[in-house]
Design a protein around this ligand. Structure first.
Ligand code: ATP
Length: 582
């Protein structure tokens, strides 16, 4: 979708409203032209004594009627065009969000949250301004200019009108270069704003760390730097406007002086009447606005284009984790998993996160993954969830290549407890029911009981209605972890992945949760990533990773007999246990 297509697609949807708005604007501008004509007729009538009181009332009535129609017309074009611009802004914002949701983790690893937020707020605002006030100002300026010129030529004098056109042409030429310059400066201003938004977002999210490390002063300095950059870039836009706007005034002033001089001469020499001279002055006054508006509309539209280009960058990002053409019709998973010689390197990294890993788990079995930090455990979870693409026939689920499974079926078939236990700023009930098709409180309670968090929740004043704050800040680490387990259990998926999900619970609770899993997840597959051998020793298969490589693989007994890393870890942990108990 290129930049023109984005706008045209949305504008097309509202074309009748835009056409209605522009026609109304056209009518308003035509009617506007009659007011100078009426006042001119009034002046001539009074000067030549050709008007009686009835005639005066008649002209005033006409002015009032035109005034009334103008009021309605102005309401209508505002309603049509400003209303459509707001609606288009609403649609683009939703579409950006929808598109962002389709993009892979790679995109979010490479792009900052604050930057994306700025696209959805500030840039969209600039686009709305260009398709609302920008459109109105441009059309109004063009229509008004043409009409006034026609009226001046037909009603007053061709030579006078030509004098008025000369400054107009300089504005048109200058406007082109001004537009380019303002678009460039505005892009820089929006980039600085993105950076600033990102700084605010990151600092507020990390406020606990900032306080704990007493980095408030440093952060403030850093923030002030971003804020200054934002101000400087805004000032560059303002400076350009500040130079150009008075120049417009000068051009307009010069044009008025010349035309007034020449118009005065024509009146004195009797070539035009006094009434026409007055009407002409009013027409000149009516040309001032379109000329000023030309500056405004160039600014607004150029800024809109600069922002549209930035928004277009999001839309042009093609989602890379999608259903491939080879996708098969599969509605649900059973739970057999096979990793065949899996090797994987993260985008923009040289080191292999996984290196020739081979694992087979039948439906209903449990696989435990052990290994030092950074050995590739979470990477296996990422690949099973297809957060990143992997070569065909490396991972098979239910004997089918993972790339041939519909993404929806795959992710619906896996319940995942991530390491960071992210919770939404919602009630506990809604958080636990997040991935399930129901919000039923009995099911929520059953899952919470299985995750050993129910008793804690019942101690909260509002029980399951308790709001957990942003990212779950009002809960302890262990409570967050068990809520996250409850959320995964409630999904009741054929495959469950627990990524270091029992690290913040004591050994008794851990045992209880593992026991509950055994009964609740009979015939369902479970992958447990852990550091404690006590967590995983009953698993059907144990995979020990070392720098992405499959160091050991087997059951507890088999690995104990190998006298390798696993046995070493086991003995070390046993010793630690004995020391802590003594
Ligand atoms: N999004 C990413 N982009 C680039 N490299 C990554 C990314 N995530 C992880 N890595 C790298 O891949 C390797 C394996 O990371 P992974 O998260 O799988 O380790 P892990 O065994 O789960 O570690 P831990 O026990 O600390 O959670 C590490 O070297 C890590 O730096």
């Amino acid at each position: 979708m290129n930049r023109d297509n984005i706008l045209i697609r949305y504008l097309k949807q509202y074309k009748w409203r835009y056409i209605g708005g522009i026609i109304t604007l056209f009518i308003v501008d035509i009617l506007n032209l009659y007011i100078p004509q009426f006042t001119g007729d009034l002046t001539d009538g009074l000067q030549n004594h050709t008007l009686d009181m009835n005639g005066i009332f008649h002209i005033i009535l006409n002015i009032l009627l035109v005034g009334f129609t103008l009021t309605i017309g102005r309401f209508l074009w505002r309603f049509f065009i400003f209303g459509s611009a707001r609606k288009i802004e609403y649609h683009i914002r939703n579409d950006i969000f929808g598109h962002l949701e389709k993009l892979s983790l790679r995109y979010f690893n490479e792009n900052k949250t604050g930057d994306l937020m700025a696209h959805c707020t500030n840039d969209l605002n600039a686009v709305r301004m260009s398709i609302g006030p920008g459109v109105i100002t441009t059309f109004d300026a063009i229509i008004m200019t043409i009409m006034v010129l026609v009226k001046m030529i037909t009603h007053i004098s061709l030579s006078l009108t030509l004098l008025a056109v000369i400054p107009l042409s300089t504005i048109a030429i200058g406007g082109f270069f001004y537009g380019k310059a303002i678009e460039h400066r505005f892009t820089e201003k929006q980039e600085a704003f993105s950076e600033l938004t990102d700084k605010v977002q990151e600092s507020i999210s990390g406020i606990r760390v900032i306080k704990a490390f007493v980095r408030e002063r440093y952060e403030l300095k850093d923030f002030a730097k971003s804020s200054k950059k934002n101000m400087d870039k805004s000032m560059q836009v303002v400076k350009l406007q500040a130079v150009v706007m008075p120049l417009l005034d000068v051009i307009i002033g010069l044009s008025s002086v010349i035309t007034l001089l020449y118009g005065g001469y024509l009146t004195i020499t009797g070539r035009i009447s006094l009434g026409r001279f007055i009407a002409f002055n009013q027409y000149i006054g009516m040309l001032v606005w379109p000329m000023l508006a030309a500056g405004d509309s160039i600014t607004i539209i150029s800024q809109g284009f600069a922002s549209l280009k930035r928004i277009e960058n999001i839309f042009s990002e093609v989602p890379d984790i999608i259903d491939f053409p080879t996708v098969k019709q599969v509605d649900k998973l059973n739970g057999k998993i096979e990793l065949r010689n899996v090797s994987f390197t993260y985008p923009n990294k040289d080191i292999k996160a996984l290196d020739h890993v081979n694992v087979t788990i039948e439906q209903g079995q449990t696989l435990a993954i052990l290994g030092r930090t950074g050995s590739g455990k979470t990477t296996i979870a990422n690949l099973l969830l297809r957060m990143y693409n992997i070569d065909s026939n490396s991972i098979l689920i239910d004997d089918k290549d993972i790339n041939d499974l519909p993404l929806k079926t795959l992710r619906e078939g896996i319940a995942y407890v991530p390491q960071d236990n992210f919770l939404f700023s919602e009630t506990l009930q809604n958080n636990i029911a997040f991935g399930a098709n129901t919000n039923d409180i009995d099911e929520v309670i059953a899952s919470a009981k299985a995750a050993c968090i129910h008793d804690n929740i019942m101690d909260f004043p509002e029980n399951y209605e308790t709001e957990v704050g942003e990212r779950g800040v009002t809960l302890s680490g262990g409570q967050k972890q068990r809520t996250s387990i409850a959320r995964a259990l409630m999904k009741n998926a054929p495959i469950l992945i627990l990524d270091d999900a029992l690290s913040a619970v004591d050994t008794n609770t851990e045992e209880q949760i593992l026991e509950n899993l055994k009964t609740n997840r009979k015939d369902k597959t479970t992958i447990i990533i852990a550091h404690r051998i006590s967590t995983i020793q009953n698993a059907d298969h144990i995979l020990v990773l070392e720098e992405g490589k499959q160091a050991e693989y087997g059951t507890h007994e088999q690995l104990m007999n190998q006298y390798g890393i696993y046995r070493h870890m086991y003995e070390k942990q046993q010793l630690e246990k004995q020391i802590s108990e003594s």
